[in-house]
Design a protein around this ligand. Structure first.
Ligand SMILES: *[C@@H]1O[C@H](CO)[C@@H](O)[C@H](O)[C@H]1NC(C)=O
Ligand SMILES: *[C@@H]1O[C@H](CO)[C@@H](O)[C@H](O)[C@H]1NC(C)=O
Length: 298
C-alpha cells in the first residue's frame, strides 16, 4: 500500500513538474558509485541553493541550505555541492534512494525552475552455501562446487510492480556477452513470484571450475534501455592456494634437482678436494709420490 502511495506522490511531483515548468529526472546508479544530481542553476553562485531529500518513509530533510551542508544529517560526509550547484553523493547506498529537490531562492522567492531528481540504486549482495557469510562486495571468496546466490535489488521509492506494468521496468541477470541467463538451464533465476517484489532478482548456480574470473551482470532496464548495471566477478580462493602449491612444487623440483646434482656431481668435487688435501698433506709428509687421483677421476 505504501508503495502505491509513493507512486501517487511521485506522480504528483512529476505532474506538478509538468505544470510548473520544473524539471524531473530519474537517475539510476549502482551502489558504491558516486553520482551527481543536477540542479537548474539560475544564479551566478550556489549561495541560494537548497537541496532537500525525501525517502517517503521519514519526513523530508534539507541536505544543503543556503549553499551549505547541514552537518546533522548522517550522510553529510558523502555529500558535496559542485560549482554548478549539482549535488554529489559518493559511495551511494540503497538508503540514498529517494527524491531530491533543488531550489534556489532569494528572499523567499524562487529563482529559476525547481529540479526534481528521483534516485534509484542498484545493489548486489552475495551468499555462498558453504560459508553462510554474506558479502556485498563485487568479489567474494568462493570455490567450485559451492552454490552461489546473487541477489540484485533495485532500491527505489517507486513500486517496481507498477513500474514494470506501466513502463516495462525489468531486472535481468546477463553474462559477459549480454545474454539473458534466464535462457540458460545452469542458472535458477527468480524474480520473486510475479505479484510480489519485482525489485529483486536472484541468480543461483553451482560453481564450476571454469567459473573463475567469470562475470555476471545485473541490469535494470526501462523500455529496453539499460539504466545501470552491477558486475559480479567470481574469484576463487583456491587458485591462490593452488598457485602457492604450484610454486612450492617448482621449488621442490629445483631443490630435488640441486640435491640430485649434489649427490651425483658433488662427490667428485669433494673427493677431489679431499685427495688434493691429502696429496698436499702427504707432499709435506714422507709419501709425496702416492697418487690416488687417477683412480678417482676415471
Ligand atoms: C563527486 O565527488 C568526488 C570527490 O570530490 C569525485 O571524485 C567524483 O568524481 C564526483 N562524482 C561525480 C559524479 O561528479
Ligand atoms: C553467454 O551465454 C550464452 C548463452 O548461454 C553463451 O552462448 C555465451 O557463450 C555466454 N558468453 C560468455 C562470455 O559466457
Amino acid at each position: 500500500m505504501a508503495d502505491k502511495c509513493d507512486l501517487c506522490l511521485l506522480g504528483l511531483i512529476l505532474l506538478s513538474s509538468l505544470l510548473t515548468g520544473t524539471s524531473g529526472e530519474d537517475v539510476f546508479i549502482s551502489s558504491d558509485e558516486s553520482v551527481s544530481l543536477s540542479c537548474n542553476k539560475a544564479l551566478p553562485d550556489c549561495r541560494s541553493t537548497t537541496w532537500s531529500y525525501d525517502s517517503f518513509r521519514d519526513s523530508r530533510v534539507d541536505l544543503i541550505t543556503g549553499g551549505m551542508k547541514n552537518k546533522d544529517t548522517e550522510r553529510h560526509e558523502r555529500l558535496s555541492l559542485e560549482s554548478d550547484c549539482s549535488l554529489n553523493i559518493t559511495t551511494v547506498t540503497g538508503e540514498d534512494s529517494g527524491a531530491y529537490v533543488c531550489r534556489q531562492s532569494v528572499n523567499g522567492e524562487l529563482q529559476g525552475p525547481v529540479a526534481y531528481v528521483v534516485l534509484h540504486v542498484l545493489h548486489v549482495s552475495v551468499s555462498s552455501s558453504s560459508s553462510s557469510s554474506s558479502s556485498s562486495s563485487s568479489q567474494t571468496e568462493i570455490s567450485p562446487g559451492r552454490s552461489l546466490t546473487l541477489s540484485c535489488q533495485l532500491y527505489t521509492i517507486v513500486s517496481c510492480d507498477d513500474w514494470f506494468s506501466s513502463e516495462g521496468l525489468e531486472l535481468l541477470w546477463v553474462n559477459q556477452t549480454g545474454v539473458d541467463l534466464k535462457t540458460d538451464s545452469r542458472y535458477q533465476i527468480s524474480s520473486s513470484s510475479s505479484s510480489s517484489d519485482r525489485c529483486i532478482i536472484t541468480l543461483t548456480t553451482t560453481l564450476l571450475n571454469e567459473d573463475d574470473n567469470r562475470e555476471w551482470r545485473c541490469e535494470v532496464t526501462l523500455g529496453d534501455q539499460v539504466q545501470t548495471s552491477v558486475r559480479y566477478t567470481v574469484k576463487y580462493s583456491d587458485p591462490g592456494e593452488t598457485e602457492v602449491s604450484v610454486n612450492a612444487g617448482l621449488l621442490y623440483r629445483v631443490i630435488v634437482t640441486i640435491v640430485e646434482m649434489a649427490v651425483f656431481a658433488a662427490p667428485t668435487v669433494i673427493l677431489l678436494q679431499i685427495i688434493c688435501a691429502r696429496r698436499a698433506g702427504r707432499k709435506d709428509s714422507q709419501h709425496p709420490e702416492e697418487i690416488e687421483m687417477p683412480t678417482i677421476l676415471q
